[in-house]
Design a protein around this ligand. Structure first.
Ligand code: PMP
Length: 385
């Protein structure tokens, strides 16, 4: 099987699994206990925090471990609203292409009376900068824009947004889930106040991630308790955190090589796909993008049909669209870019990982030629008839 769904999740690295196993079987005491086994667990936690913060480019004290990026996004948004109340800052400004979990939270808050504005994106998936400038003002509790979109890979103008937020003294949150491990960007150089992260996108375990909170920024917590300097109560998920640290360390060691290799393979894949048929469209082809992501359409062939065919031919990937009991919903990202419902339902995402090989790309192109091209040719003839 060729796995091209790395933006959904990645395979845990053997080193991460090994260190997790060690934390589960050997260093399993509570890091808050004062006895020797507890202190051994505490040392492991301190060490893991140092390793992850070295990878992120933040100070260890700025890192709050969470159950993943979804929780970190919740702390960012709900904390901002709680904090903003006293400051007369009640409005949320998000991009229209944020992760569905974050948009669902915003929608819920809007239903409860919070003013929410979504920054639109242009047809190429890039953020509408003029709209962002018009929407950010002194009544804003939080500006939240993802670092890179999970469906298209399009990078957001973080430096410009940071300056905009700073000019209005608005805290700037970046959902950096898709960015880390795929871009050489450090928190301390990003200009952002908060970052959300997830370990399972960089070969760590699921169910663990972090919120990076800039030093000096007082942020209300959602879970009361002493852990994480009172910013996230609950006994720490030490095995998960240790696995996160191992994965982060491995990503740091090979980042530059990984990025260059993924980009070369992605270009090989895109060129091969575009050469197959003139109805193949690479979405956001000209926009600055992550090096591992290709979002594309095979004419207007439904993504579900394409993905089924590909899986039977040995290649697994995803659509950006959400599957519901009622069928496939068109991708909100593609719709926000002005795509038609048919186009949005036709979008397929192939996302490469650091273990993807040239041979995988060759085989993927062969699988597309075998399994998808005949459908496109049939569709083309039907349209012409
Ligand atoms: N934000 C983005 C941009 C994502 O891609 C994802 C994962 N699909 C999440 C948040 C959620 O991360 P987690 O699974 O750690 O909650």
């Amino acid at each position: 099987m060729i796995y091209l769904d790395h933006n959904a999740t990645t395979q845990p690295a053997p080193q991460a699994v090994q260190e997790m196993l060690d934390a589960l079987t050997r260093v399993w005491a509570n890091p808050s206990s004062v006895h020797a086994p507890g202190q051994a667990a505490r040392r492991l936690l301190v060490d893991a925090r140092a390793r992850v913060s070295a990878f992120i480019g933040c100070q260890p004290a700025e890192l709050v471990f969470t159950s993943g990026a979804t929780e970190a996004n919740h702390i960012a948004v709900l904390g901002a609203l709680a904090r903003g109340k006293a400051l007369g800052r009640t409005r949320l400004v998000l991009s229209a292409v944020e992760h569905p979990g974050l948009l669902a939270l915003a929608e819920r808050l809007r239903g409860e009376g919070t003013p929410v504005d979504l920054i639109p994106v242009r047809a190429d998936g890039q953020l509408d900068r003029a709209a962002a400038r018009a929407l950010v003002g002194r009544d804003v509790a939080l500006l939240s824009v993802m670092g890179a979109n999970n469906e298209t890979g399009v990078l957001m103008p973080l430096a410009e947004l940071a300056a905009l937020a700073q000019a209005h003294e608005v805290p700037f949150h970046v959902d950096a889930t898709q960015l880390v491990g795929k871009q050489a960007l450090r928190f301390d150089a990003s200009g952002a106040d908060l970052w959300s992260l997830s370990a399972h996108k960089l070969h760590g375990p699921k169910g663990v991630g972090a919120l990076v909170l800039k030093k000096g920024l007082a942020w209300p917590s959602l879970q009361a308790g002493r852990q994480e300097r009172g910013r996230r109560g609950g006994t720490e998920n030490l095995p998960g955190i240790v696995g996160f640290a191992a994965a982060a360390e491995m990503a740091t060691a090979t980042l530059a090589d990984d990025l260059a290799r993924m980009l070369a393979l992605r270009e090989q894949l895109e060129a091969g796909l575009l050469a197959l048929h003139h109805d193949v469209v690479v979405v956001s082809a000209a926009a600055p993008r992550l090096p591992n992501t290709v979002c594309l359409r095979f004419g207007v062939l439904d993504a579900e049909q394409v993905l089924n065919k590909l899986e039977r031919a040995g290649v697994v990937a995803s659509s950006g669209a959400a599957c519901t009991a009622a069928g496939t919903q068109p991708s909100h990202v593609l719709l926000a870019m002005g795509a038609s419902r048919d186009e949005a339902k036709a979008s397929v995402r192939l996302s490469l990982g650091r273990e993807t090989t040239t041979d995988d790309i060759t085989q993927t192109l062969a699988a597309v030629r075998r399994a998808v091209l005949p459908l496109m040719q049939a569709e083309h003839q039907a349209v012409e008839a």
